[in-house]
Ligand binder design. Structure first.
Ligand code: ADP
Length: 578
């Protein structure tokens, strides 16, 4: 305050008053600048341009009175903060004073002015103005600071938002990259898995190929032994048969041995043919109606003598009654599989029982062959179904065999829509089983067939044998001759047709399919054109899958594979001549 030079605006219509004021103030507060105005309007203008510290304002003025000037000054934001001291001569006019306060005046001085009071008031008002200025300044500085800070904060916020946006974008990009990387890793993993699987498969295939190669070599060595053994028997005992002084039972024994060895050899050859057919994909199932229980009975008839010889019991299980056991399936394959399983069961069992037969489960026939033999260990249980495979502990050699039976059986059963299973306990026995769909045949032959089985008399019947091989003819001639059947014989198709047309008494024809002059199928068709009621039974040496169907297509009633076995031939006679 001491340093500051005050600026005072005095507004009064009386020049003398103004001069006095100026002098008093200059005297009391040296250095103070007093500016003056003779009317309200110019006073307001000066207040705006000079920004005085205090305004001294006369109330009574001619054009615009002091109260109006005061109101105007206080209504203008730019100057409303300047303290106003009203000068009035009307000391007693209370109403005017109140009015002056209402329009915003800060203080009053009464004319004639008391100098001391004037100076004291001026100084007090100047102080108020100074602190108001300070406050205003601080306020404006604060406002500036606030707006500056606000700007900074907004800028910061904008930058942060921008940064956040960029971060988000970067995050999204990262996520995309991560997803792409994950996909890539997944693809890589899949590729690795495929590669590992392929490698594993390759290794398995390589091992299988090596194993197969090893087994093939073992098989060939084994086969040489398996073929030579029965051949030795056949040749050796045939030689012995030439001796003339042989006793009858001795002769019969030799013949039985030769016959057994022939059967063994035939079995080996059939196995080799069958496995070749399996490997060439030539095995197709045939669907022909047959009597299931008769098949079971014939198996017992065939194997009981062999089992009894070893002291083994054979128990047959047939779950379906005779009337419902005519089914449609591949008789020869089921027969062959059961043949293999029963042969093995007898071969690998020293004492006890062979249980075999079938059960009826969920519209399927479940066949089984159970023995009380040596059993199979867990490690060998799968491998026994591989071709050429035999348990390599010396037993296979001890027991003989080619290692083909189960491989063929397994392939046949697969073709019939099943799978061979085995349960076994070493030392206790094994149970082989497989199932095929049960399809009941439309033909209700059962009762008549059963009746036929009981009465078998073919005496006096006439059969024409069409056969160009003398040995084959001899065999048929002997078997049929024993049954007191009349036999006619043709060497070729032409002769066959001639005999057939001349002999109306012919009851059946046994037709070789491979004749020197024409195919047996053709001869069959011609014969059936003449007489369709005569059963023609095809005899073929091929024993190939599909032969039976070819024969039936040609019109044949039945089929016999060579070498013809007497039981099979008799079964045919029972069926068609009785
Ligand atoms: P094989 O002509 O050698 O009998 P298979 O294929 O029929 O050929 O059988 C393969 C091998 O499985 C046999 O050599 C034998 O080791 C084993 N095996 C088959 N059936 C039986 C069984 N019932 N009991 C014990 N081992 C068996």
């Amino acid at each position: 305050m001491k340093d500051r030079k005050l600026k005072i605006l005095a507004i009064d219509d009386n020049q003398d008053n103004l001069t006095t004021l100026k002098a008093v103030i200059a005297d009391a507060i040296p250095g103070t600048k007093v500016i003056t105005a003779l009317d309200g309007s110019s006073g307001i203008m000066l207040a705006l341009s000079e920004n005085p510290d205090v305004i001294l304002l006369d109330i009574v003025m001619p054009v615009v009175d002091g109260l109006s000037v005061c109101r105007n000054l206080k209504q203008d934001d730019r100057i409303s903060h300047i303290p106003i001291i009203m000068l009035t001569a009307l000391k007693t006019d209370r109403k005017t004073r109140i009015k002056a306060l209402e329009v915003g005046a800060e203080a009053f001085l009464t004319k004639p002015l008391d100098e001391v009071e004037l100076i004291a008031q001026v100084k007090a008002m100047a102080k108020i103005k100074e602190s108001a200025d300070l406050q205003r300044m601080e306020k404006s500085q604060l406002a500036a600071l606030v707006s500056e800070r606000t700007l900074e904060i907004e800028k910061e916020l904008n930058e942060r938002r921008k940064a956040e946006n960029e971060l988000q974008k970067a995050n999204e990009k990262l996520k995309q990259t991560q997803v792409a990387t994950l996909n890539l890793l997944e693809d890589l993993r899949k590729e690795m898995t495929i590669r590992e699987k392929t490698e594993a498969e390759l290794i398995i295939a390589k091992n299988k190929a090596e194993e197969s190669d090893r087994l093939k070599s073992a098989f060939l060595a084994n086969m040489s032994h398996e073929i030579r053994t029965p051949m030795n028997g056949i040749i050796g005992f045939s030689e012995l048969l030439k001796e003339t002084d042989l006793e009858t039972n001795e002769r019969d024994r030799y013949i039985r041995i030769i016959n057994d060895n022939c059967q063994q050899l035939l079995h080996i050859i059939s196995d080799i043919i069958d496995i070749s057919k399996v490997e060439a994909g030539l095995v197709e199932p045939e669907h022909i109606e047959f009597c299931l229980n008769e098949l079971m009975d014939s198996l017992v008839e065939n194997y009981l003598p062999k089992a009894s010889l070893k002291g083994l019991k054979m128990i047959i299980h047939k779950e379906i009654e005779h009337g419902a056991c005519w089914i449609l399936s591949d008789q020869s394959k089921i027969h062959q599989v059961l043949d293999n399983l029963i042969t093995n069961a007898i071969k690998f069992t020293q004492a006890g029982t062979i249980d075999f037969g079938y059960k009826f489960r969920d519209q399927r026939l479940e066949f089984f062959v159970k023995d009380t033999g040596i059993g199979i260990s867990d490690e060998h249980r799968k491998a026994i179904f591989d071709r050429f495979w035999q348990v390599e502990n010396g037993l296979a050699r001890k027991y003989g065999g080619t290692g083909l039976g189960l491989a063929i059986s397994s392939a046949f059963v697969k073709k019939l829509g099943g799978e061979i299973m085995v349960e076994s306990t070493p030392g206790k026995g094994s149970c082989f089983s497989f199932s095929v769909p049960y399809i009941l045949s439309e033909m209700k032959k059962s009762s008549t067939m059963a009746a036929m089985r009981n009465v078998f008399d073919v005496t006096g019947k006439t059969i024409l044998i069409v056969e160009d091989e003398p040995d084959n003819y001899d065999l048929l001639n002997i078997i049929l001759g024993r049954l007191k059947i009349n036999i006619l014989h043709a060497w070729d198709g032409k002769e066959a047709m001639q005999i057939f047309s001349e002999h109306a008494e012919i009851d059946m024809v046994l037709m070789d399919f491979k004749l020197p002059d024409m195919p047996g199928q053709e001869v069959t068709r011609k014969m059936l054109n003449l007489r369709s009621d005569v059963p023609v039974i095809a005899t073929t040496a091929y024993a190939m899958s599909g032969d039976r169907e070819k024969a039936i297509q040609a019109g044949c009633t039945g089929y016999l594979a060579k070498p013809i076995r007497s039981e099979e031939l008799i079964a045919i006679l029972k069926n068609y001549l009785n």
